[in-house]
Design a protein around this ligand. Structure first.
Ligand code: GAP
Length: 543
């Protein structure tokens, strides 16, 4: 047996190489590329679409069709939904998105770029100009003369000028004040520095004061474009679920606790879309709202936190690349009582982690808001609790309080397109020993192509046998047949696509009815009977 290609750490993977592979092999393309692209939008190519659908189907299967077993040993009740992207705009007033879905933003007076105020410090630390200024003044104390002289010398070399105050920025010059030198030094030396945020990470110019910027895309429903028919593209799939909570309750014979799940597109006019498909303006979410009695909510929060981590591990992600991060009180969203993120170590965050999913305790915020704004009662009458309270001899007031409530909600909310990014990063494995120099080690269940069928040469009866095998396998699985180029080049293409198995028909196949199976991860080859191939594939791609 050959050696398996070893997995490598995220910091040894280059995002540039991953993005290039995605384009080359049809995973992800820049949207509107022939018109120069459009910032924050991406198109999923044939392999990317298949990968995304495989993750989507797994989430749906494990959430709606075969939900987890609950703490009492019984399967949970979760139903599916597909609500409209555009809802009555009152939805977003009630949810708080019209008033509160804002990022404080700052614009640079000089280069006119826009920044999220809370990102300025970290972007400053990443800015090349700021780092080289820091190196030039490293160890020197501001406002000592020594530091000012070092900064001045550095600025001269860069074609920048040192100004006495940032207000004196000149439109043609990149002007750095002693205050900026100090801000750069503090930002780089203290990663927790929030700073005065006056310094532009792009050019060093001065920034405006933070101003609110709403992230929802607006449009108009109907022929006339006025304030009266303004609508919004949904920024989260969750609200469609809350709007249908009553409908589901009344039509589906569900009782507390239960969940409603939805997968679909969401839109946010992100100010700084970045890191490939990590933060885009159009993306897909997989969200589930778990409705429960208020005093059960902490128990379910804990349950879903661990259940979601187990699900991410089921995608074949290394445990060491995943972690939980509890939100501090001051970073909780307006609706949230508690929130924990499942984070992944992306190549661009390594050795740090970045968000993949949030599990939030939303309390009764959303249903209460929709009750207030729509006048529709969202209260639930819990007969089981009423009977239990009566049996315990509780007072009428206590029984009423326990059995009539607006449910609390625990929400595991993840990004489908972000999950695609995670699997692309996780699978990407450089390997100099291969013709492709890399292999995409997807867990077989998620691989866009499950198997390839190759005739060794395109003659002597081999293509016919290969074609028959291909026609049989395609009934059950996504398979490709490829008869062009050398066998080495065909393996290389399949390594880049992450195809776990290749079946080759050669001269011997015609006489002894066997084929060669090549295993992607080890490059090992074995012979199996032609008629055993379908069962072999069924068995192996379950993993
Ligand atoms: N309903 C709650 C909610 O939407 P969120 O943390 O804003 O919470 C949930 O979003 C998940 O959606 C995130 O953890 C992330 O995976 C994904 N997501 C959010 N904004 C995104 C964006 N601009 N691009 C790609 N994925 C995004």
């Amino acid at each position: 047996m050959s050696q398996a290609t070893p997995s490598i750490a995220p910091d040894q993977k280059s995002m540039e190489d991953i993005v290039a592979l995605c384009k080359r092999r049809g995973f992800v393309y820049p949207a509107s590329e022939i018109y120069g692209g459009i910032n924050g939008f991406w198109d999923y190519g044939p392999l990317g679409t298949a990968l995304k659908n495989n993750i989507r189907d797994w989430w749906w299967r494990q959430t709606v069709e075969c939900p987890p077993i609950g703490p009492d040993g019984e399967p949970l009740a979760i139903v599916g939904l597909d609500s409209a992207i555009i809802q009555n705009p009152k939805t977003w007033e009630a949810s708080g998105h019209v008033g509160g879905f804002n990022d404080p933003m700052q614009t640079c007076h000089q280069c006119k770029k826009l920044f999220r105020a809370d990102h300025v410090s970290s972007m400053l630390r990443e800015a090349k100009w700021a780092q080289s200024l820091y190196e030039a003044t490293d160890g020197l104390q501001h406002p000592s003369e020594e530091c000012a002289a070092a900064a001045e010398q550095w600025a001269k070399k860069q074609g920048k000028k040192l100004a006495p105050g940032i207000e004196e920025s000149h439109k043609d010059l990149k002007v750095l004040s002693p205050q900026i030198v100090l801000e750069v030094k503090t930002a780089i030396e203290d990663p927790l520095f929030e700073g005065s945020h006056t310094c532009c990470p792009n050019c060093g110019g001065s920034l405006t004061k933070p101003r609110a910027f709403n992230l929802m895309f607006e449009s108009h429903a109907g022929a006339i474009q006025s304030e009266d028919n303004k609508v919004y593209l949904r920024p989260e799939t969750a609200q469609g679920i809350f709007l249908n909570y009553k409908n589901v309750l009344d039509t589906m014979r569900v009782k507390m606790p239960f969940g409603i799940a939805q997968i679909g597109k969401s839109f946010r006019n992100e100010v700084t879309p970045r890191n490939f498909i990590f933060r885009s303006r159009e993306f897909e979410q997989m969200e589930m709202e778990w409705f429960c009695a208020p005093d059960d909510a902490p128990k379910w929060y804990d349950f879903w936190k661990h259940e979601r981590m187990r699900w991410w591990e089921s995608l074949g992600i290394e445990k060491s690349n995943l972690r939980f991060r509890d939100h501090d009180d001051d970073e909780l969203a307006h609706y949230s009582k508690m929130c924990v993120d499942v984070e992944y170590m992306y190549p661009f965050t390594s050795p740090g982690f970045g968000e993949l999913e949030g599990v939030a305790h939303r309390g009764s915020f959303d249903l209460t808001q929709h009750q207030t704004h729509s006048g529709t009662k969202m209260e639930y009458f819990d007969q089981e609790r009423q009977l239990a309270a009566k049996a315990e001899g509780k007072s009428k007031d206590e029984i009423d309080k326990l059995s009539k409530y607006i449910p609390n909600v625990i929400e595991p909310a993840s990004g489908l397109t972000r999950a695609v990014l995670v699997l692309l990063c996780e699978a990407y494995t450089p390997d100099e020993s291969r013709a492709s120099k890399l292999v995409m080690k997807f867990k077989p269940r998620f691989a866009p192509i499950k198997a390839a069928v190759f005739p060794l040469v395109n003659k002597d009866g081999m293509p016919e046998v290969a074609h028959n095998l291909y026609k049989t396998l395609r009934n059950q699985h996504t398979v490709q047949m490829d008869a062009k180029q050398s066998i080495g080049k065909r393996y290389a293409r399949m390594d880049e696509a992450g195809t776990p198995y290749c079946f080759t028909i050669d001269g011997d196949s015609l006489t002894d009815q066997t084929v060669t199976v090549r295993h992607r991860d080890t490059q090992a080859q074995e012979r199996i009977n032609l008629d055993k191939v379908p069962a072999f594939l069924d068995e192996h791609i379950k993993n």
